[in-house]
Each structure stands twice: as structure tokens, then as C-alpha cells.
Ligand binder design. Structure first.
Ligand SMILES: CC(C)(COP(=O)(O)OP(=O)(O)OC[C@H]1O[C@@H](n2cnc3c(N)ncnc32)[C@H](O)[C@@H]1OP(=O)(O)O)[C@@H](O)C(=O)NCCC(=O)NCCS
Length: 172
């Protein structure tokens, strides 16, 4: 499957909304099925210079573009934590486990390491989300702790791991 990674664009709200509400995705990203396209459009329009968001796109019938993944890095605005950022990532249910998440992570960490020179990148993940944890560990993230009963999922409060990666240049 061919796909490319590009920065998110003004017209991507609908495609991102479809991803964020999709069964097989929304359960693990703190999404909610009632999320409106307007919210995603507003997010894109209001992004500031500390927010870096990519989409993965492929071509379907009639040469139409389909958004099959998105991932973002938000750099902390506070002067004393500006060497850190948070990331989030999701891939379309039908395109998972095909390397899209890996490509999106590479794009985010290239910006974090080489262009912003962040020292620390962190995220949270449900403790049973094994595929995501595998992806994060592949890129050098470690589990730092458990946030007990931190997120709601399908009628239950669930634990999340806090995971972080120290830029390899500074981790010794
Ligand atoms: C988690 C997610 C972003 C990963 O993206 P992806 O495109 O599916 O990931 P990739 O295909 O690039 O890589 C998947 C890796 O996990 C491995 N994997 C797949 N299922 C696994 C499982 N159950 N346990 C452990 N590893 C698993 C694959 O073998 C592959 O590893 P490799 O690259 O070492 O061969 C994607 O599956 C997703 O969007 N899931 C739903 C939303 C979500 O969980 N987002 C993250 C919230 S923290």
C-alpha cells in the first residue's frame, strides 16, 4: 500500500473527524462518537507554532485522497518545560499494522530530535494497548508510571501508562 505523510491542511477536518470517531480507533484515543467536524476544523485553524500535526494519506477510487492516519506533537509553552512535548497518534482501522504508525512516529520524532531539539517526549496509553506500547518501545519510549483509573473506556475507568522518551543524544 502506498501512502505519504504530509502536514495537516485546512481541509482535513472531515477526514480527521472520521478517524477520531471510528470504531477500532476512538476507544483508545479518548475520542467520543459525538465529536463534530467543526471541532476538528477549529483545531486545525487554531493550531499555534508549538503544534506540529501530520496526516498519512493514500489514494482511493477516482484519485481521491483518504486520510488513513494522523499524529501530533505539542511542545510545552512554559519556558521551563519547553524542552518537552506530548504526542498523540491514530491510524484508520483498516490500515493498522501496515507501517503507517511507524512512518508517522518517524516524522514526529525527526521534528522533535533534529529541528526542535527537544529532550523529552511523553505520552499516555491505556495499559492494555499492546500494539501502541510496542510501537512506542520500538522508538525508545519507556514506561515511567501508571496513572490509575485515568481514562474512561466503554463504561469503565482504566489505567494508563505514562511513557516518555529521552532524546538519544542526551540519554547517557
Ligand atoms: C497504535 C497504532 C497508532 C499503531 O499504528 P500502526 O500503523 O497500526 O502500527 P505499525 O503497523 O507501524 O506497527 C505496529 C507494530 O506493532 C506490532 N503489533 C501488532 N499487534 C501487536 C500486539 N497485539 N502486541 C504487540 N505488538 C503488536 C506489529 O508487529 C508492528 O511491530 P514491528 O514494526 O516491530 O513489526 C494504531 O494501531 C492505532 O491507531 N490504533 C488505535 C488508536 C490507538 O491506539 N492510538 C494510540 C493511542 S495511545
Amino acid at each position: 500500500m502506498e501512502f505519504l505523510i504530509r502536514p495537516i491542511d485546512i481541509g482535513d477536518g472531515k477526514g480527521v473527524n472520521a478517524l477520531r470517531r471510528m470504531p477500532g480507533v476512538f476507544e483508545n484515543i479518548l475520542g467520543i462518537p459525538s465529536e463534530r467536524v467543526k471541532r476538528n476544523e477549529d483545531f486545525i485553524i487554531n493550531m499555534d507554532s508549538n503544534q506540529h500535526q501530520f496526516v498519512a494519506v493514500t489514494k482511493i477510487e477516482n484519485d481521491e485522497e483518504l486520510i488513513i492516519g494522523t499524529a501530533g506533537l505539542t511542545v510545552n509553552a512554559n519556558h521551563r518545560t519547553r524542552h518537552s512535548g506530548n504526542i498523540g497518534i491514530m491510524v484508520h482501522k483498516e490500515y493498522q499494522n501496515m507501517g503507517v504508525g511507524t512512518s508517522l512516529m518517524k516524522a514526529l520524532l525527526d521534528i522533535a530530535d533534529n529541528w526542535l531539539m527537544l529532550i523529552r517526549v511523553e505520552l499516555t496509553v491505556f495499559e492494555d494497548n499492546e500494539r501502541a506500547i510496542h510501537l512506542y518501545e520500538k522508538f525508545g519510549f519507556d514506561k515511567e508510571g501508571i496513572k490509575r483509573l485515568a481514562g474512561i473506556r466503554n463504561g469503565k475507568y482504566e489505567n494508563e501508562y505514562l511513557m516518555a522518551r529521552i532524546n538519544p543524544l542526551y540519554s547517557k
